[in-house]
Design a protein around this ligand. Sequence first.
Ligand SMILES: [Zn+2]
Length: 90
Amino acid sequence: MTDQTDEGTEAEADEAFGSCCTELKEAMSGAEFEPLIVVGEDGVLYMSVGLIDIEGEEPGMVDHPVFFCPFCGTELQTREEVRQDGDAVN
Ligand SMILES: [Zn+2]
């Protein structure tokens, strides 16, 4: 019998954004407010950076991918993980 533990895999891809600090976790959970930091359908974490006025329409949110946690600085995702469509990719 081998006595294995599941330790030592800390570099595992962390799908659960918000595990780095409670600030991000609370900012994403938005129990009492509309979160401006959300995980998109593509699994990328986005942060709303502002409102855009479109003539004749309701103001829309402007989202940008978040690479580092704005609260603690932990790297959340890489450019490689984010670049999935042609949006702002050089
Ligand atoms: Zn954090």
